[in-house]
Design a protein around this ligand. Structure first.
Ligand SMILES: Nc1ncnc2c1ncn2[C@@H]1O[C@H](COP(=O)(O)OP(=O)(O)OP(=O)(O)O)[C@@H](O)[C@H]1O
Length: 383
C-alpha cells in the first residue's frame, strides 16, 4: 500500500511540475502548428538526472541569467548540453522565466540551420524545466577572442568566416523561417563554436517570432548593455534592424578584440562603439584594430568590413543594411579579397582616405584624448 501511495504521489508531483513548467502552454502552441512537434523530444526527469550525474557540479559548463548549463550524456551515448532554468527566486516561482523557456522551445523547434544551435528536446516533469541541446565543444566567441593562444590563433580568415556564419544565421532567422524571428540578444557570448570553430547562434530565450504584417512590434525592451540598439531602447519598437545593430557590435569585437563596454571600477564607462566610430571619422581606424588582425588580414578587407560595421551601427535603423545585404557583402568581401570598392559608391573616397592615411603612417599612434557626445576616452589605452 505504502509503495503504491508513494508512486501515485510521485506521478502527481510530476504532473504538477509539468503544468507549472508550461507543459500545457507548449502543447497548445505545438498543436497549433507553431512549432515542429516531431522534433521536440520530451525527456524524463530520470533521464536528465542520469545524464548529468544528478546535476554534478563538475558537469557545469557555464552559468547565465537564465540558468545553469551542464554537460551530459544520454543513454544512447550522445553528448548534450542541458540547461537547467533558474525559475525559483527565493520561494517565488518566476512565471516570466517559464514564458522565456517555452518561447525558446517554440522558436528553436522551427529552426534548422547549420549555424544555429539545435534543440534536441526538453524535460517538463522535473522541479524546474530543462532544455537539451546538441553539445558545442569549443566555448563561446567571447572567450575565444579574449583567450587567444598560439595553439588556436584567431586568424583574420577565421574571423571573417565566423562573421559570415553569424550573418547567414541571422539572415535565415529574419527571412527563411515561416515567420521572421528576431533574436534580440546577439552578442559574442551567445555565439558558440563547434569542433571546427564554426559559429552556432544560441540563447533564444528572449527572441521573438513576428508575423509578417507586424513589421514593428512594441515589446518590453530586452537585450544586453553594450549590444543593444539605441533606437529600440528609446522606442521599444522591435524591428529586424535591432539584430543588425548588435551584429555590428560583434563585427567590431572581431576587428578589435575589445569588449564593447568596459566598466572597471574607478574608471569611467567606455564605449568601444563610439571609440571605433570616432577612429573611423579621424582616419585612424588601424589604431583600434587588433594588431594581430592588422598583421594577418589584407588591409582592404579590414577596411570594407569596418565600413560595413559602421553602417550596421547607424543610429537610424532604416539606414542600416538588412542581414541579407550584410551576409552577401561579407561573402563578396571574402571572395574578392576586399576588391569590392567599386560597389561601395559614396564610401569609395572614404576607403581611399583610410588606405592613404594607413600607407603614409601605418604605425601612427594617437595621443591625448578624444571626446564623444557623452564619454571621454584616454587614447592608447587598452580596453
Ligand atoms: N549547446 C551548448 N554546448 C556547450 N556549451 C553550452 C551550450 N549552451 C550553453 N553552453 C555554455 O553555457 C554557458 C551559459 O549559456 P546560456 O546560454 O545558458 O547563458 P544564459 O543563461 O542564456 O546567459 P544570458 O541569458 O545571461 O546571456 C555558455 O556561456 C556556454 O559556455
Amino acid at each position: 500500500m505504502y509503495k503504491v501511495l508513494k508512486r501515485k504521489q510521485k506521478i502527481m508531483l510530476k504532473q504538477k511540475y509539468f503544468k507549472r513548467n508550461g507543459g500545457l502552454l507548449l502543447q497548445q502552441h505545438l498543436s497549433s502548428n507553431e512549432g515542429n512537434v516531431e522534433k521536440i523530444k520530451l525527456f524524463t526527469s530520470k533521464e536528465m538526472e542520469k545524464a548529468t550525474d544528478y546535476y554534478n557540479e563538475n558537469r557545469i559548463l557555464g552559468q547565465g541569467g537564465q540558468g545553469t548549463v551542464y554537460k551530459g550524456m544520454l543513454i544512447d551515448g550522445s553528448i548534450v548540453a542541458i540547461k537547467k532554468s533558474k525559475m525559483v527566486e527565493g520561494k517565488k516561482f518566476d512565471e516570466k522565466k517559464v514564458e522565456q523557456f517555452i518561447n525558446e522551445v517554440i522558436i528553436l523547434s522551427q529552426i534548422n540551420h547549420r549555424n544555429v544551435v539545435k534543440l534536441l528536446g526538453c524535460c517538463l516533469e522535473a522541479e524546474v524545466p530543462l532544455l537539451v541541446y546538441e553539445f558545442i565543444p569549443n566555448g563561446t566567441l567571447y572567450d575565444l577572442i579574449r583567450n587567444q593562444n598560439e595553439e588556436i590563433p584567431l586568424t583574420w580568415e577565421m574571423r571573417l568566416r565566423i562573421a559570415i556564419e553569424i550573418a547567414n544565421a541571422l539572415f535565415y532567422l529574419h527571412s527563411a523561417a515561416s515567420t521572421p524571428i528576431y533574436h534580440r540578444d546577439i552578442k559574442s557570448s551567445n555565439i558558440l563554436l563547434d569542433d571546427k570553430y564554426r559559429a552556432k547562434v544560441s540563447d533564444f530565450g528572449t527572441s521573438r517570432s513576428v508575423a509578417l504584417e507586424q513589421t514593428h512590434l512594441t515589446t518590453r525592451v530586452q537585450g544586453t548593455f553594450g549590444y543593444m540598439d539605441p533606437e529600440y531602447f528609446r522606442s521599444s519598437q522591435l524591428t529586424e534592424k535591432s539584430d543588425v545593430y548588435s551584429f555590428g557590435v560583434v563585427l567590431i569585437e572581431l576587428l578589435t578584440s575589445q569588449k564593447p563596454i568596459s566598466a572597471e571600477q574607478s574608471e569611467p564607462v567606455r564605449s568601444l562603439i563610439s571609440y571605433f566610430l570616432d577612429s573611423m571619422q579621424e582616419n585612424s581606424l588601424f589604431n583600434i584594430i587588433d594588431p594581430m588582425v592588422v598583421k594577418d588580414g589584407p588591409e582592404q578587407e579590414i577596411i570594407v568590413v569596418a565600413l560595413l560595421a559602421k553602417r550596421c551601427l547607424n543610429l537610424n535603423g532604416k539606414k542600416r543594411p538588412t542581414m541579407k545585404q550584410v551576409a552577401m557583402e561579407l561573402e563578396l568581401i571574402k571572395a574578392s579579397g576586399g576588391n569590392v570598392i567599386e560597389d561601395y559608391g559614396d564610401e569609395e573616397s572614404e576607403i581611399d582616405d583610410m588606405i592613404h592615411s594607413w600607407e603614409t603612417n601605418p604605425s601612427s599612434s594617437m595621443s591625448g584624448t578624444i571626446t564623444t557626445d557623452s564619454v571621454t576616452f584616454p587614447l592608447n589605452s587598452s580596453f
